[in-house]
Each structure stands twice: as structure tokens, then as C-alpha cells.
Design a protein around this ligand. Sequence first.
Ligand SMILES: Cc1cc2nc3c(=O)[nH]c(=O)nc-3n(C[C@H](O)[C@H](O)[C@H](O)COP(=O)(O)O)c2cc1C
Length: 180
Amino acid sequence: MEQIRILGISGSLRTDSTNTIILNTCKTLLPANAALTIFQGLDRIPHFSPGLEDNEAVASFKSAISQADAIIFSTPEYAFGLPGTLKNALDWTVATGEFNDKPVAAISASPLNTGGENALASLLLTLTALGTLRNDHSAAAIPNIKGKIEHGYVADLQILKILQSVIDNLISQLEQRGVI
Ligand SMILES: Cc1cc2nc3c(=O)[nH]c(=O)nc-3n(C[C@H](O)[C@H](O)[C@H](O)COP(=O)(O)O)c2cc1C
């Protein structure tokens, strides 16, 4: 059976990022015929301005998106919004359309009990503008993430259940589209 290629994009650049940990945990919840690679290099993407040429970092971001069958985002919220680094990277793809028709899932995680829901709402708006494919089960805001991680992975059963259902929904979207 052909391998499903999923790209993970973390909205956090921190080494110990809880959102990157969520993506690493997602790797363990995938079916055997799927693999998730986390994109590295969001911090090397220059400030977007229309008309600027893609540099190597932008080209590698666009190529990672194009080569993926689906994308999973996990992002923190900063000052009630999406981290600028992530929004900036997404802006580079507006004119070239790498996300167009791409099945996506979007997660936000926060130590607060709001779960980063403002950042998630903002991300979903941008993903709509980019022409991605999703449904009502493609997104989850995960509150109170602090203390629910052990040995570099999510250790909370309720959160694991949420992540599993987001992944199952993404895989079934791929099945419906005949990708697998
Ligand atoms: C400058 C700053 C602003 C923040 N603003 C918010 C916020 O508006 N909402 C929220 O839920 N968390 C906020 N946080 C807390 C982050 O959610 C928290 O640091 C989280 O762990 C970052 O995600 P990461 O672990 O993936 O790096 C903020 C943190 C920083 C440093």
C-alpha cells in the first residue's frame, strides 16, 4: 500500500514547544501506512512582501507542502492571535497556491483554559483563504496543556482521544478523495 505523506507544521519555534510535542505525539497515532514529517525552517522564511523572489527557505517550505498528501498544524496563541512566524510563512503561498485543495487539520494548544481558540480561529480563516479542504471535525483547541506531557509526548488520555479523532478525520478525508 502506498505511504501517506503528512506534513506537520508547528507554529512555535521553541525547542521544548508543546505544539511540536503534539505533532510528535500525532506521529504515534497514525495508521501504519502513514508518516508525518515536521517541517523545519519556519524561522528562516523572510518577511513576506508581494513581488519578492522565493529564497531557498521559502522554496523548501512550498516544496514540502506540495509533496504532502495532507497537513497538520499545531500552533500556540500569542496576544490572542496566530504567531507572526506562521502567518508570515502562510502568506508566501497565497499567490502560488500550494495549499489549494490540500486536506488539513488544525490544532491549537495553550496552558490557558481557552486552548488558544483565537489563534485557531485565525488559522482556520487563513486556511480558508488558501483554499484548503477541511470539515467540522478538522480542528481542535487543546486547553491546559501544561502538566499533560511526559517524556516528550502527550500523556493525557482525553487529549490523546482528541488528537486521534482529528487524525482519523484527516485520513478519512484522504480516503474520500481517493488519495489512499
Ligand atoms: C508573548 C506571549 C504571549 C502569549 N499570549 C498568549 C495568548 O494570547 N493566549 C494563550 O493561550 N497563550 C498565550 N501565551 C502562552 C503560550 O500559549 C505558551 O507560552 C505556550 O506554551 C506556547 O506554545 P509552545 O509551548 O508550543 O511554544 C503567550 C506566551 C507568550 C510568550
